[in-house]
Design a binder for this molecule. Structure first.
Ligand code: ZN
Ligand code: ZN
Length: 152
């Protein structure tokens, strides 16, 4: 995806980032990171692997071009959560930072909840809705996709 396509995607999915860099880190503060490039997608994931690795019933994530994502202090641990991807987390407090898919090494899906200002990156869709827990009823008007939704 080139820059223009990324920009179009931001506009079509209504992702607005007011200021860069974005910063974030885990609960204990040992691992910190910085995001210097605008997200190209953001959403809620309802899949079972996000649920199992975070303990939350859904996960809000933002897709960042990998060159715009850097750890600035500490070193995350890596968990191979499936045959096709891995997650990084703090080995001290357990907070999960991000997900990387082997087939798309140019991006990283950062967990919005660990941003210092998560309000700057609103999710724009729901994915893997077939795995949503049945008592969860989110009253928004965002698009809902089976599986991971359309490619970006
Ligand atoms: Zn930590
Ligand atoms: Zn997921």
């Amino acid at each position: 995806m080139n820059r223009q396509q990324a920009q179009n995607m931001c506009e079509t999915r209504k992702i607005k980032v007011l200021e860069l860099p974005l910063t974030g880190g885990c609960a204990c503060g040992r691992v910190r990171y910085e995001i210097s490039t605008a997200p190209i997608d953001a959403g809620y994931c309802h899949c079972g692997l996000c649920r199992l690795t975070t303990g939350a019933v859904m996960l809000a994530w933002a897709t960042i071009p990998i060159h715009g994502f850097h750890y600035t202090s500490g070193e995350p641990s890596v968990y191979p959560s499936s045959a096709w991807g891995e997650r990084r987390f703090c080995s001290h407090c357990g907070a999960q930072f991000e997900y990387r898919a082997q087939k798309n090494p140019s991006v990283v899906d950062v967990n919005i909840g660990l941003l210092d200002r998560p309000e700057l990156v609103p999710p724009a869709s729901h994915v893997w809705v077939e795995d949503e827990v049945p008592w969860l009823h989110i009253q928004d008007h965002l698009p809902r996709y089976l599986g991971r939704g359309p490619d970006i």
